[in-house]
Design a protein around this ligand. Structure first.
Ligand code: ATP
Ligand code: MG
Length: 409
């Protein structure tokens, strides 16, 4: 028997439904903010990720699904979505056209990580990217969007925000941090010793206790921002507060990728163990230039769908039931329910059973398949122009009139 590869999962049955439910919820919210669908290839030149995500990141350093194809090209399955969307933006010369573009995407990402709870090798993200807007109002908007999505999904999270400064204040801060850490070098973990040379600010979010001990009195980026970054960071907080969004400032939140500046944020859940980040993002004003485009301010985020699915699965009360199951008790009523189904299908998801069997057998099937409404036609009901109705979520049941079916449903 051939099995799926390690760390790769099928989305079937309830998982398939949940996945679609999450994507539909995300789409409904981001479209209201003017974001439009885009899709980019899952396979790209390896150089794209090396240059954008950054050589010093965990993704490029250890997690890339990289190989040489039959034509000898060095290619890589995308580990994240932003690089591809930026590549497409530049390749289509939108960077030179100016103006603002807002995109959303969803689909598979690939990272060669050790599979465990909350960590797959193929997983799915929903993400947004906005190009050409430098206003901090857009940083706030993308956070508000994500907040609205999580509210609609009824998921409780903690929002952490930080500012990573810009090309003026970040380098100065880096120097300060390196000087500070070098005095305690002997207690750093091996990863952080390497980071000290390659990307020192990533030492800040190291999970090792000895590194965190060293950092207790380290200088904080939030106290070393220049005027512009400081004003923007304050404005961001003001907009979030004005919109009733709670947040914590976390000066050690640096995010895994090299391309962020100014705003960085993460939504954390307490419900899914140690892999607790469900979504994260921030501003990346330099990335377009790194990829040979015209300087273009940009901001975006990505959400891990599987981690959201895991949270939703823990909440049994969640109504993910949907659609109508219609059936008959008698073979000569199939024509009737077929007619009814065709009417319902103009507005509702409707599955019909062409087989007459006992009401309990039908009910079991409808229940297992996750339908919300069960309609069953027997001779007795039919003679009175009625059909049996049961709501499988609320357990409410009654006879309803076939003539006024839509009104009753
Ligand atoms: P982590 O710190 O958990 O490794 P990350 O910083 O690598 O996360 P991002 O690159 O910001 O994650 O990706 C955005 C989201 O994608 C994460 O918040 C998470 O929900 C999800 N995600 C990342 N890696 C995986 C994975 N291997 N399996 C499942 N979901 C993932
Ligand atoms: Mg990671």
């Amino acid at each position: 028997m051939i099995n799926a590869l390690r760390g790769m999962k099928d989305l079937l049955e309830n998982d398939g439904k949940l996945y679609k439910f999450i994507i539909d919820t995300c789409e409904a919210v981001v479209k209201n903010y003017g974001y439009e669908f885009c899709e980019t290839p899952k396979l790209e030149e390896t150089a794209l990720f090396k240059r954008s995500v950054g050589q010093s990141s965990d993704i490029v350093g250890k997690e890339m699904y990289q190989f040489i194809d039959k034509g000898g090209n060095d290619v890589c399955l995308r580990p994240e979505g932003t690089a591809g969307v930026v590549r497409a933006f530049i390749e289509n010369k939108f960077d030179r056209a100016g103006g603002v573009k807002r995109y959303f995407y969803h689909g598979s990402m690939f990272r060669y990580e050790r599979p465990q709870r909350g960590r797959l090798r193929e997983f799915h993200q929903f993400g947004v990217e906005c190009f050409g807007e430098s206003s901090v109002y857009e940083d706030a908007s993308v956070i508000l969007m994500l907040n609205e999505i999580l509210n609609r999904l009824k998921i409780k999270t903690t929002l952490k925000i930080n500012s990573l400064g810009d090309s003026q204040c970040m380098p100065a801060y880096k120097e300060k941090l390196v000087k500070f850490v070098e005095n305690n070098k002997e207690n750093l973990c091996d990863d952080c010793l390497r980071r000290l040379d390659t990307n020192p600010i990533r030492i800040l979010d190291c999970k090792s206790q000895s590194c965190q001990n060293i950092l207790k009195d380290a200088p904080l980026i939030t106290q070393n921002l220049n005027q512009i970054c400081n004003d923007d960071f304050n404005k961001l907080q003001e907009i979030l507060k004005a919109n009733g969004v709670e947040f914590q400032i976390d000066p050690k939140l640096v995010r895994g990728l090299d391309y962020y500046c100014k705003t960085a944020f993460e939504f954390i859940s307490d419900d899914i163990g140690s892999q607790s980040a469900v979504a994260g993002g921030g501003r990346y004003d330099k990335l377009c230039e790194y990829l040979d485009g015209k300087p273009t301010p940009a901001v975006g985020w990505a959400m891990g769908i599987e981690r959201i699915m895991e949270i939703l699965k823990q909440k049994e009360s969640q109504n993910t039931r949907q659609g109508i199951y219609i059936c008959a008790l008698n073979p000569n009523l199939i024509d009737e329910i077929y007619k009814i189904a065709q009417t319902l299908r103009k507005r509702y998801i409707t599955e019909i059973s062409y087989e007459a069997k006992s009401p309990n057998k039908h009910l079991n099937i409808a229940d297992k398949k996750g339908f919300e409404i069960f309609l069953c036609l027997g001779d007795d009901e039919f003679s009175q122009g009625q059909i049996w109705y049961k709501n499988l979520q609320t357990k409410d049941e009654k006879r309803i009139s076939i003539a006024n079916l839509e009104g009753e449903i």
